[in-house]
Design a protein around this ligand. Structure first.
Ligand SMILES: *Cc1c(COP(=O)(O)O)cnc(C)c1O
Length: 458
């Protein structure tokens, strides 16, 4: 048993850095008798033999476990709810098919995510369409598929929805996205709830109210309620409860002034996960319980009827279910300064360290419990000094061809992957119950030339 004191930031109890890393083993992950990292009953060293490196591996039991935790509290407390997976964290046919069976809903933010969901056979009534600049053709596609709800971001979109719904004589359900002026404690680049944001209608200046009043004159638009998303990687419940109080007070005012009825309160996503041992995310049930209790107490005080609660977890459904496996190649030792280990991937498959200064940790998957003797900084292979995945990672003495597993890469990893330096995107493998399934194939060099045109005549 080890114990992490969040005040002094110290671990107590027996153990090396390795015991710290045990905190990173979520879901079905474990170190097996061969001293290898095992996920979903599959040895990661075998996965590397079969699929090569880099490769993203997802513990599907963990994804399902997280989805169940999000749904559980609402069920227990008999609160009508929708848990909508925020697709942007990681979108693929196979994942959508798994989630469709898990009875979750889906947020999409582009025609591409929408198309993927429809191709996956995801029930369109459970799809919600987000985004601050939906194009007319994206909206038309969503109308053709008869998706469940549009989360309206701005007047430009609202006017387009009004026009298209009249032309087609088709009813559209909408939520109004508002910025409630609440900012979750998180990295600046990934905060979206504060007033100065590109997203949503501002509550304080009256924009949101103007949107509400315009909708009253739109015959085919059915306003279900309000949406807010206050940020990402949130480790406390206060941000949500502040947003709830603000939104419900506003709903009450609009009820009195305009007869507005709040049927749905969508509180967005942003539930934090553990990227490094020091992270202390709340249990999912703590978030959902706090949200439910706060809504219940506010509606009682304000004498409103209970709305459906919708939430939109992205990272917290898939983030810590994902691990990236790399092979170690070159090493560089600068005496008294630093030791670099270079892996066969980097910013092309995980841009978050370069983009947000995001922190990760990892282990040698093929020698998982060996004592840590060295400190290495993990470099990617792209032609950028900023292509560093981890600074100062304690590891056993590493050799070329060792396998480095980086934890918690399941969200915004593959989804943000690029072909920078014409590096092909790695494959995605799902593991569960001792079986592996290739969910996305490795990109080939030919794949990368698929859209290129040669100027030499044939
Ligand atoms: C990004 C986003 C989410 C998901 O955020 P996570 O941090 O991945 O949970 C949910 N809702 C909206 C509107 C978002 O933009």
């Amino acid at each position: 048993m080890i114990y992490y004191d969040t005040v002094s930031k110290v671990y107590y109890g027996v153990g090396s850095i390795m015991t710290m890393n045990e905190r990173m083993l979520t879901g079905t992950m474990k170190i097996n008798a061969k001293n290898h990292l095992e996920i979903g009953g599959v040895d990661t060293v075998d996965l590397v033999q079969k699929y090569g490196t880099p490769v993203y591996v997802y513990d599907i039991a963990r994804v399902k476990e997280q989805a169940d935790k999000f749904k559980k509290t609402f069920k227990q407390k008999n609160v009508k709810a929708q848990v909508a997976y925020a697709s942007k964290a990681f979108s693929s046919l196979a994942l959508y098919q798994i989630l469709a069976k898990e009875d979750v809903s889906l947020d999409v933010v582009s025609g591409g995510e929408l198309y993927t969901a429809i191709q996956a056979g995801f029930p369109s009534q459970r799809i919600h369409f987000h985004g601050n600049n939906k194009s007319e053709s994206e909206i038309e596609a969503a109308l053709d598929y008869q998706i469940g709800c549009f989360v309206v971001d701005n007047f430009y979109e609202l006017e387009m929805l009004d026009r298209l719904s009249r032309e087609r004589e088709q009813m559209i359900n909408v939520l109004i996205r508002v910025t409630p002026g609440v900012e979750a404690h998180t990295h600046e680049y990934i905060s979206t709830g504060q007033v100065d944001s590109k997203f949503g209608f501002d509550l304080n200046s009256g924009q949101a109210q103007k949107a509400l009043q315009s909708i009253a004159g739109m015959p085919y638009i059915e306003l279900l309620g309000l949406h807010s998303h206050i940020g990402s990687q949130i480790f406390e419940t206060e941000g949500f409860t502040m947003a709830i109080e603000t939104l419900l007070k506003q709903a009450k005012q609009w009820q009195e002034d305009f007869g507005f009825e709040l049927k749905v309160l969508n509180l967005g996503g942003g539930f934090g996960i553990r990227y490094i041992p020091e992270d202390e995310p709340l249990a999912i049930e703590e978030h959902t319980t706090a949200i439910i209790e706060s809504v219940e107490s506010s509606i009682k005080e304000l004498q409103l009827s209970m709305p459906e609660i919708w939430i939109e977890p992205g990272r917290s459904l898939v983030g810590d279910a994902g691990v990236t496996l790399y092979q170690i190649g070159s090493q560089k030792k600068i005496p008294d300064v630093r030791q670099y280990l270079a892996v066969d991937g980097g910013m092309a498959d995980n841009i978050r360290p370069a983009l947000y200064d995001a922190k990760y940790t990892g282990i040698l998957a093929n020698r998982a419990n060996d004592a840590t003797e060295e400190t290495y900084s993990i470099a990617g292979k792209a032609c950028e000094s900023g292509d560093m995945l981890i600074w100062d990672l304690p590891l056993p003495k590493a050799e070329s061809k060792d396998i480095l597993a980086i934890f918690s890469t399941g969200a915004y990893g593959y989804a943000m992957a690029s072909n920078y330096n014409r590096i092909p995107r790695p494959p995605v493998v799902f593991v569960e119950n001792g079986k592996d399934f290739l969910a996305i194939k490795r990109e080939t060099y030919a794949d990368m030339l698929r859209l290129d045109q040669s100027i030499n005549a044939e």
